[in-house]
Design a protein around this ligand. Sequence first.
Ligand SMILES: NC(=O)c1ccc[n+]([C@@H]2O[C@H](COP(=O)([O-])OP(=O)(O)OC[C@H]3O[C@@H](n4cnc5c(N)ncnc54)[C@H](O)[C@@H]3O)[C@@H](O)[C@H]2O)c1
Ligand SMILES: [Zn+2]
Ligand SMILES: [Zn+2]
Length: 390
Amino acid sequence: MRALTWHGRHDVRVDTVPDPKIVNPRDAIIKITSTAICGSDLHLYDHYIPTLKSGDVLGHEFMGEVVEVGPGNPKLKVGERVVVPFVIACGQCYFCQKQQFSACDNSNPAETADMSEVLYGYPMTGAFGYSHLTGGYAGGQAQYARVPYSDVGPIAIPDGVEDEKVLFLSDILPTGWMAAENCDIEPGDTVAVWGCGPVGLFAIQSAFVLGAERVIAIDHYPHRLNLAKFLGAQVVNFDEVNVREALVEMTGGIGPDACIDAVGMESHGFTIDNVADQVKAAVGLGTDRPHALRQVILACRKGGRVSIPGVYGGMADKFPIGALMEKGLSVKSGQTHVQKYLPKLLGMILDGKLDTTFLISHRLPLEEAPHGYKIFKEEQNDVTKVVLKP
Ligand SMILES: NC(=O)c1ccc[n+]([C@@H]2O[C@H](COP(=O)([O-])OP(=O)(O)OC[C@H]3O[C@@H](n4cnc5c(N)ncnc54)[C@H](O)[C@@H]3O)[C@@H](O)[C@H]2O)c1
Ligand SMILES: [Zn+2]
Ligand SMILES: [Zn+2]
């Protein structure tokens, strides 16, 4: 089959690779009809996530048709259309029982779990196309994918609902939703969202659905800020104003009640801390560039809530632990427990309460995926989401 493979920093190619096969009884094989490039893929493209190997198949946002089901899955039927969560979860362990699917203890094989155990204290959960820290599973920017625990993750899509309406259930829609849910929104709340990429935009949409009175969105790309405005947010361009001062002024001196970091480890901006982080990352003395997160913690009101869907991988320098503690902030974060949110969010899409199709700016054949990565990285203002058609 054809698949998008990683070969090094800014070097991804479409290669011919072996077709996936059923390995375990609960596996299924999906023929992929739509798959997307995510901001998380850019962290791989830029090689900020360790343990990638040349030839790894990328992609964790995908959907398609079931073409083969292992004997251990009585639920899925050949011919069904499904969206597949990026998190691979067994459904039975201590964590899955608590619906903390992105903490599943069984989906990262023992031979790769050790690496993340050293980094994080406990092994990470398995995920598609996201390095060998998360199991080295082949991803879904391909014609076919093997889906482990296929009785737990994939959600069936009714006939007649186009791919583009539901594709984002695989990751960014539940991620935006969980980011807003993690803000514990109260009536009258102002929520500030850093980053107007797909995750930030869906977090804005979700924050309103969950009852925020006001959302303030921060980015520097005019088109992305316009999309935030279209969703009802007030906007702040960090190239033009001091973000913390603007937020203080917009909230009558109090500060936002809750703040979402939908930027992650590759913050933009020519501030002293960010330039220092970039230099450290370039010479191997650091990993993450948490400029936006520092700003989130400083700008959040006393006693406020911080939600971090943005991905961080290693260690962060000059982290404002004093502000976090002295202001009594609470913090929630994590890879999304996608499986937990699927039935509810699919229902909201089918009822017309959520529409995420506005986000798609580019549709490309799989063969043009390397170009898709390049423009999603280099032309972020206009390229808001790339959907690939294998
Ligand atoms: N937790 C999860 O399960 C999960 C799932 C999907 C994505 N993510 C992560 O969420 C983050 C965002 O993903 P995305 O697809 O929206 O990515 P993206 O790269 O398209 O968007 C990031 C946005 O942040 C903006 N930005 C950069 N620096 C900023 C700053 N200092 N202040 C304000 N805005 C700034 C950029 O201009 C860009 O618009 C990434 O880190 C991604 O890995 C997490
Ligand atoms: Zn993603
Ligand atoms: Zn589990």
